[in-house]
Design a protein around this ligand. Structure first.
Ligand code: OAD
Length: 232
């Protein structure tokens, strides 16, 4: 570990579970009583835009009432105190990493952002979208949640793959390893010679790819691991 100069960390829904935000797959294939195809695909949005807007408006409101947990705080501490390079990539659309003081790359978008379907501008957004507010840039009433749905391209993949190719350590936290391209990051990092570590409640679908897997709650595992990293 003394040789570690560049770290890439990937987080998923499991890191926010102890803050009170439901994970996806633990809910039996349903996300807050909705099928993923209905609320997380462009086709679902085309079929019933009001349902989808209401769904994300509610997620945005709920998110603003929960708090970061010790795992978010530990990663923010690592970002501050680690003397090498660190890229924190999250699949989560909540802002709990930011509220703990970290600076994550949101590869699946953000609830606190709205995307104009016409001019494709992204706007910071904390209110509702169901009422059809105009896009601040082009005035079209075509704002949608700035969340990457199935079949859409995640954000900043070039930057992520560059960091994976150059890192010495890849750490995956609280993600089931079921959704690509994020599920393939461990193989990508390994291919370039990185050490790999999984911190998850249980073995994920990709557990066998990791050099080391630790299984318990993120709120316990992540602060322990950060302490180890910073004391070496
Ligand atoms: P999942 O719900 O698929 O997986 C969450 C993982 O976290 C599971 O492996 C759980 O065992 C683990 N977990 C639950 N509680 C935990 C805790 N307290 N501590 C540590 N681990 C815990 O969520 P993701 O892997 O993030 O995509 O899902 C990936 C993507 O699928 C999401 O970003 C979303 C979804 O559909 C889009 O919306 C595009």
């Amino acid at each position: 570990m003394a040789e570690i100069k560049r770290i890439v960390i990937l987080t998923g829904a499991g890191i926010s579970a102890e803050s009170g935000i439901d994970t996806f797959r633990d809910a039996g294939g349903l996300w807050e009583q909705h099928r993923v195809e209905d609320v997380a695909t462009p086709e679902g949005f085309a079929r019933d835009p009001m349902l989808v807007q209401r769904f994300y408006d509610l997620r945005r409101a709920v998110m603003q009432e929960v708090e970061p947990n010790p795992a978010h705080h530990a990663l923010a501490r690592l970002e501050r105190e680690f003397t090498g390079e660190l890229l924190l990539v999250t699949q989560n659309v909540d802002d709990l990493h930011e509220r703990a003081g970290a600076n994550p790359l949101h590869m699946h978008g953000e609830l606190l952002s709205a995307l104009c379907a016409i001019c494709e501008t992204r706007h910071p957004w904390s209110g509702t979208l169901i009422d059809g507010p105009p896009c601040p840039t082009c005035q079209a009433e075509a704002l949608r949640p700035d969340v990457v749905w199935f079949g859409e391209m995640p954000y900043q993949m070039d930057r992520i793959y560059r960091a994976l190719a150059n890192c010495d350590l890849f750490v995956s936290i609280g993600t089931s390893g079921a959704v690509y391209p994020a599920a393939g990051f461990v193989q990508e990092a390994k291919r370039h010679g990185a050490q790999t570590l999984e911190l998850n409640l249980e073995p994920s679908e990709g557990s066998h790819w990791f050099d080391v897997s630790r299984h318990s709650k993120a709120g316990e595992l992540v602060p322990e691991w950060v302490e180890e990293m910073l004391s070496e």
